[in-house]
Design a protein around this ligand. Structure first.
Ligand SMILES: [Zn+2]
Length: 251
């Protein structure tokens, strides 16, 4: 049985019409930025890496706390993170990989192919990339720190990654068995609960039918909607249990 924490390391405001697919409302919304920590296996596992302080300043992120600081707040030294499951390679999930110098990173083959391939250079995708962090995929790979995964893969018994695509070509979600049942960390397969609950897509897409199918996959894996952990929703702190600033105990 695993324990799971959501670690919130920043915030940004936007509007519903800027964010959701074909959404007319100008209602303000706030994104929270998280990484997730899974304890109880042979060693601690991180999901995503966040980004660095300079990225926070450049991209107008409020209340930034280094994901490494938050991991330490739960009692885990950042260099004790030997494994990080990377949901996808958008800047806010990958640009912080250097904060975890001992980690091996598990990334879907389709995700690496996309960001090193012909579509990524277009502005619509490029604005979501961190070219320096993406460039380090090569050096990390030659240093044996990248594990390329395809489809569904077991990390340890009761801890799996599942390719869903949709938001990005190789987006993967994480399922983890806990005392509360099987938790699903959706990352950006469902930024907000309204995505997965109302089947409402976001605007950032590589494949819309894949995004819609991912909502079904999340529900099927979780079994109970109360075990879904959305990727950027402030509501996570309401549905689960904040234990100290920036630290929410999921299970
Ligand atoms: Zn994101």
């Amino acid at each position: 049985m695993y324990e799971v924490y959501a670690l919130k390391y920043g915030e940004r405001d936007t509007t519903a019409c800027q964010f959701f697919y074909r959404e007319p409302s100008h209602e303000p919304i706030t994104l929270h930025f998280y990484v997730w920590l899974i304890l109880g296996g042979p060693y601690p596992v991180l999901v995503d890496t966040g980004f660095r302080e300079e990225d926070a300043a450049q991209r107008g992120i409020r209340d930034y706390v280094s994901p490494a600081t938050l991991v330490a707040r739960v009692g885990i030294e950042p260099d004790a993170i030997r494994l990080a499951l990377i949901s996808h390679l958008h800047w806010d999930h990958w640009a912080g990989h250097g904060l975890f110098p001992a980690a091996e990173f598990w990334i879907q083959r389709d995700e690496i192919a996309f960001w090193t391939g012909p579509a990524a250079r277009h502005d619509v995708y490029k604005q979501l990339a961190h070219p320096v962090a993406l460039g380090s995929l090569v050096t990390l790979n030659y240093g044996n720190r990248i594990r390329v995964v395809e489809g569904e893969s077991q990390v340890f018994p009761g801890l799996r990654v599942h390719w869903v695509g949709g938001h990005t070509a190789g987006l993967q979600i994480v399922s983890v068995e806990t005392a509360s049942g099987r938790i699903v960390l959706t990352s950006d397969a469902s930024h907000f609960y309204r995505n997965v609950e109302r089947r409402q897509p976001v605007q950032i897409i590589t494949d819309l039918p894949e995004m819609l199918a991912a909502f079904d996959t999340i529900h099927t894996l979780a079994g109970d909607p109360g075990r879904i952990v959305a990727g950027h929703d402030p509501e996570v702190a309401v549905r689960f249990k904040p234990v100290e600033p920036g630290v929410i105990r999921i299970a």
